[in-house]
Design a protein around this ligand. Structure first.
Ligand SMILES: O=C1C[C@@](O)(C(=O)O)C[C@@H](O)[C@@H]1O
Length: 238
């Protein structure tokens, strides 16, 4: 059984930490010592995206559930190669991770990435990001529907929250569905990183050391607040 799927099925929200390839074995060791729930491997942030190098980095995180992300530039990532190269990398990586994250907008590769994930019992996260704004509710609903129709195990919505109304729209989509990860980015969105898990959002993203993306709290503070506000999370930690 896929480790990450089993963890998600417990219903307790998980804390993910994102990594590039700068820390190598040392970062992986730190992640294991800190007992992070999920290591998000941001392959698009790697200095070297050759398959051998990428697989070595993934192997360093053995023992931790790994989520591989190769974020497109269209959705705020740093991937420089072609879509065919991205697909080839997803195919090489998928057998070695617990989950993959691919954008709904990556239509040229989406179906193949999801088929490869299914073939290897790997969880699929189909994501949508908007770094400028939070779209209207009906657009968010359509995104969730389209991602489900594409075959997502989990649908992730991460948008810039600039007002209470933005947060309310994000909370509304979250309450309407299951198997969602919903994040409000930016200063106004920070509260969502702790409180949306209470409404069912499956994973919250954080960082160890490296600079955060918009509005993230660091790992230690996230864990402290998760223990404070999510009794199950605290109990699971022993
Ligand atoms: O999409 C997400 C969410 C995120 O952008 C955040 O704001 O927490 C961090 C990314 O690493 C991850 O892939």
């Amino acid at each position: 059984m896929n480790t990450l799927r089993a963890l998600i099925d417990t219903g307790v929200p998980l804390v993910a930490v994102s990594f590039d390839d700068r820390g190598g074995e040392r970062a992986a060791e730190e992640a294991r010592a800190a007992r992070v729930d999920v290591a998000e491997i941001r392959v698009d942030r790697f200095g070297d995206t050759g398959a051998d190098h990428v697989l070595r980095q993934v192997a360093a995180f053995r023992g931790l559930p790994a989520l591989a992300t190769i974020r497109s530039r269209a959705e705020g990532g740093f991937w420089q190669g072609s879509e065919q190269e991205r697909l080839d990398l997803f195919r090489a990586l998928t057998p070695h991770v617990d989950a993959v994250d691919v954008e709904l907008s990556s239509r040229a590769v989406l179906a193949e990435v999801l088929a490869t994930a299914r073939e290897h019992d790997v969880l699929s996260v189909v994501s949508f990001h908007d770094f400028d704004r939070t779209p209207p509710l009906d657009d968010l609903r359509a995104t969730v529907r389209d991602a489900r129709e594409a075959g997502a195990d989990l649908v992730k919505i991460s948008t810039m929250a600039r007002s209470r109304d933005d947060l309310k729209r994000l909370a509304t989509v979250l309450l309407e569905g299951d198997d969602l990860i919903v994040i409000g980015m930016g200063e106004v969105g920070t509260a969502s990183r702790i409180f949306f898990p209470a409404l069912g959002s499956k994973i919250t993203y954080t960082f160890l050391g490296a600079a955060p993306t918009s509005g993230q709290l660091d790992f230690e503070e996230t864990v402290r607040l998760m223990r404070r506000f999510h009794p199950d999370f605290g109990r699971r930690e022993g």
